[in-house]
Design a protein around this ligand. Sequence first.
Ligand code: SF4
Length: 299
Amino acid sequence: MIEKEAAEKITDTMVKFIDYTGKCLPDDVRGKLDELSRQETIPLAKIIYDTMMKNQKLAIDLDRPSCQDTGAIQFFIKCGAKFPYIGELPALLKDATMRATKAAPLRHNCVETFDEYNTGKNVGTDIPSIFWDIIPDTDKLDINTYMAGGGCSLPGKAMVLMPGEGYEGVTKFVLDQMTTYGLNACPPLLVGVGIGTSVEVAAVLSKKALMRPLGSHNKNARAAEMEKLLEEGINKIGLGPQGLMGKNSVMGVHIENAARHPSVIGVAVNVGCWSHRRGHIVFDRELNYVIDSHSGVNF
Ligand code: SF4
């Protein structure tokens, strides 16, 4: 495939994929909302879940966004070092974001900091955000798209705990964020926790944790146990759907971690809302693609 054709194929597919993920929640999120709805006994909570489901159906039927805040666009990429179009990707993804903004349409959510004007295109300085992992010896391109809404970005926080605070300190940090800001992020939430040495490592890991499918667990058994305990603890706050009380506060808690300096724990929280617009697409070097976040989708 010649370069121009390849560029158009990647861009065109990503325009359609960004558009689609803004309107249709991934299979795991829809399944979890349905499961949590069935667990509710409080009448108001049930009504809110029913309304969420109805809104999701209408979003598809009427070709409208799942939520009016279509977020700042973020891409989490695992790119094989042998993927042939690696150098072109930043420009292609920027172009795809701009075109999806018109085609979908997406709300204009890119304001140039300090100059304080909206670009009107959802692209600007370092937006869309692209987070790279380069994977040796493969020629695949693995992309998670994410729409970072204002409300669900609000509880984000990172800090380095004082020596000796330990995992109890991690728990306190997460629960403090959920009891103070969780309400603002349109529960039930997906809570991502990142743990490493310093704040930037923890922050990126906490966001990558939100890219994991619901129902997945950290591969370390102790971390997986902590995910479960945090989920139980945050559910006991009883935020319920849209923070109006209910049996559950979260769709899940995901922890991602790195090894760290022995004297400190850097910890971060990032949150996804009930309208968790994540999409996962994998291209091969011929630009055939597989979408596994949304069943039955092909453009
Ligand atoms: S938190 Fe999520 S559901 Fe709520 S307004 Fe923001 S994007 Fe929409």
